[in-house]
Design a protein around this ligand. Sequence first.
Ligand code: NAD
Ligand code: UD1
Length: 345
Amino acid sequence: MDRSDSAPKVLVTGGAGYIGSHAVLELLGAGYPVVVLDNLSNASPESLVRVAQLAGKPAPLVVGDIRDATLLRELLAREKVSAVLHFAGLKAVGESVEQPLAYYENNVGGTTTLLTCLAEAGVRRLVFSSSATVYGDPSEVPVPVDAPLAPSNPYGRTKVMIEEILGDLARSDPRWSIAILRYFNPVGAHPSGRIGEDPRGIPNNLMPYVSQVAVGRRAELAVFGGDYATTDGTGVRDYIHVLDLARGHVAALARVLEHAGAFTVNLGTGRGHSVLEIVRAFEAASGRSIPYRIVDRRPGDIAQCYADPRSAADLLGWEAALDLESMCVDAWRWQSRNPQGYSGT
Ligand code: NAD
Ligand code: UD1
């Protein structure tokens, strides 16, 4: 659907990053004009250059910080946005344990500054990037959206705090319309091979690590634990294609543009895959072998976590469509064509 003539403009915080850049492309494809605000602390502006090329439409970037109220006020006065997709934040669990204040300041403080400026500007429609990390070690799988919240690290606690702030805000003023999206494990890349995940330094997450082993940047994968109570002893997660996630954002945006109030959904496939299943699927997709070694469990890891995604189907008419093979094929196309990520350009 193309809404270009009359469509509401969307501010995308963190839109130069991995998930944000895919969401910007999806928004442009659906006809929403965008403006991105990103401080480039974990992204390259090249992602949006490529998004604009792929979309054949502008993907303007304002380089700046969500903690900068002066900049936000100017931007909101100038751009006349109707809604916000709020991706900006720090996301490395280990780093959040070492530098909790940086996480509370950036994620929680940044969000309250953003919300204050949005309220002043009369922009009260927001889609927020939460995470399955809010559930901690879930007591049941698939995890229902009303499962207890028990984050086990500062990063996860920033997500729970922001969710609570958003709930309080929606209760305080019925004009707010807020979607809280709890992503499971986003992976994959746009099928063009032009945009994808480009982690700085050694990847924390499985799929980018596996991709870098396949392309020869790293020697072997360390599999964190082979003695979990799962099918093959390795950890099980709900991997979701970033394109499905991007579509979920456009569906959530459509809902917040139409309905007031706050709602929360899980964005996952509802299926779990083990680490060794990922290794095998990636080998098949890439034609490369992925040497691996089973090592000790990673502290703080859980055995298994996958979504009950029914709330997203009910509220958004959304469900994940792309399977593990597509996730690996698309991740490999991105990695093999951009072995050094955006810095190779
Ligand atoms: P990312 O690091 O690629 O994107 C985040 C973007 O926000 C980056 O471009 C970064 O430069 C920007 N940013 C950070 N702090 C900022 C600030 N103060 N002001 C302006 N820009 C700022 O990460 P991603 O994987 O695309 O994640 C996007 C969001 O989704 C994050 O909020 C993350 O916590 C959440 N999330 C990610 C995952 C995942 O596995 N990737 C899972 C669940 C939730
Ligand atoms: C991690 C974060 C979580 C975040 C999620 C999605 C931690 C402790 N948790 O979770 O907060 O919401 O990413 O961004 O970092 N694995 C290996 N070897 C590796 C990397 C991972 O075996 O080099 C295994 C893990 O043990 C796990 C699976 O692969 O079983 C997935 O790991 P990862 O991609 O880091 O995601 P999560 O553990 O779900």
